[in-house]
Design a protein around this ligand. Sequence first.
Ligand code: TRP
Length: 338
Amino acid sequence: MRRWGPTRLPCRAMARVFSGIQPSGDLHLGNLLGALVPWLDYLEEHDAVYCVVDLHALTLPKDPAELQARTLELAQLLIAIGIDPERCTLFVQSHVPQHSQLAWLMECTVSFGELSRMTAFKDKSDRSEFISGGLFTYPALQAADILLYNTAMVPVGDDQRQHIEITRDIAERFNSRYGETFVVPEHVIGPVAARVMDLKRPERKMSKSEESAGTVLVLDDLAVTAKKFKRAVTDSDNEVRYDRENKPGVANLLDILGAATGEAPEALAAKYEQYGALKVDTADAVVALLEPIQARYNELAQDPGETTRLLRLGAQKAQEVAAATYERARKNVGLVAP
Ligand code: TRP
């Protein structure tokens, strides 16, 4: 797609980036540093489209009031982190009806066998009592999300690799059956995406399902956060060295400090002799990172009208692109124009 600058001279086409996040559970430091901070990298030189995927959240049973509150909270948090609706497109998935519409065409393009091979489905269905049809067809909706925007790149964690691959397969199959309709996207794993581990059990990923002293929530009281770092598990050999395998607790602190300050964990290790000082500095860096995020979040949380305005704007921008793509798909597949 060509973009035209204010002087009407053609400027460089910016590659479209799309990513999504589910409004489920409290946002923790692992989500922030691992998934969301990398999103900020695409605000300058890409056409970034970011989405709160509330329809995907419905694939597992949810309390309606909680889903609603969490969707708004997550959108506000994204804005507070710096996902600036003026510099990108930020919207809620259910506000753009083409996601559900295209998902049906995707479901009819993907096979039962392909969906059965998704490891995310196997994991989630093993853990839940009620396995919805939506949980099974989840990847078809995700493919619709991505393909609606002629997406070139999808920055997501490694756990999403299979979902991006199936999206590519669906796009290619649709294009070969019905003629060129979709751009086939690439998977991008951010080069610096930090893997944040639990502060108490550093051999496990930090997770929101585990309400523990080892999980730091983005909206936690900052004094509590600082305390959690001071009580983080290290080891008994008293040497600050970056060694994920043998010294997971210390390496995790170095990774977090590095992600919060933009420095390399190996270089940081050389600056410390004692665990105590490393913990204090990591706590301080995380508090400094979270303080302005919480302040901006609180502002937005007190002004729901502003959030609504920003999300409407986002949905409008998204829909312009989504409607054109859906129309192309509808026509190519042979559905009669309404
Ligand atoms: N499945 C993704 C996750 O669990 C969320 C998601 C939904 C997504 N639609 C997307 C990610 C489109 C990237 C692009 O993290």
